[in-house]
Write a protein that binds this ligand. Sequence first.
Ligand code: BTN
Length: 253
Amino acid sequence: MLLNFETPEIISLTEVDSTNNYIANLVREGKLCKTTIVSADYQHEGRGQRATKWQSSKAQNALFSIYTPWKHLKLEDQFVVSMLVALSIVDTLQRHVTSEVKIKWPNDIYVDSKKIAGILIESDLNGQQVSSSIIGIGLNINQTYFDAAIRATSLKLETGQNHDRAGLIQQITKNLMLRCEQLLDEPDFFNVVKQQYLNKLFGHKQYISVIVKLGNAPLTIKPLDVTRAGLLLAVDASNQLHSFDVKEIEWVI
Ligand code: BTN
């Protein structure tokens, strides 16, 4: 897999609208061409997946985006980036917590059935190639109060201790670079990464409840696999195979 990771420059901000937006502006102005990390203590317009907001207390958590140009990354392979980022966060967090860190498809990070980190990847395309990505990561670290409705946790809630925010950003980035480097000469990189991803997938080969948005009907499914395009493949209670797009299902955890 041909990825382009160099030792990244780190820009640390006190406050910004969104670290993803900050990088997108630099790219638009032609000021960014190599791997760069932007982190912030606070975002007043933090963005989540599917046009949601990412809210985070001031100077408690990790809010950062990694900009990376890619070499020869095909559009059809972009779900690999999502899997690699999720796995790098799992690698990092698992060294600190005893409960199992899981990936809720497609790329939410969960501990004890509660969300601890979210990922928002925004990519630029050049024909059928992904030319660069902005990989936004929000990781709950030292925050201990969360709205009950969002079922979230943090490293502090899981371990009882405060953790070094900058250190964790470095560890996640390092783990991501390591994982990318390991794939450089791997022709079957999709299946290699997919196997590691499935090993960490929340509910893999277990029956779990989801709400299918198309009909709004609750359904019990057993997630089995993911496709190259990132669709979730799962069987229902009568063993019928379904494939889901991210907008089609809502998790009931
Ligand atoms: C999600 O789970 O909905 C994704 C959340 C991603 C949040 C991070 S925080 C840093 C970066 N900047 C943003 O505005 N969003 C991402």
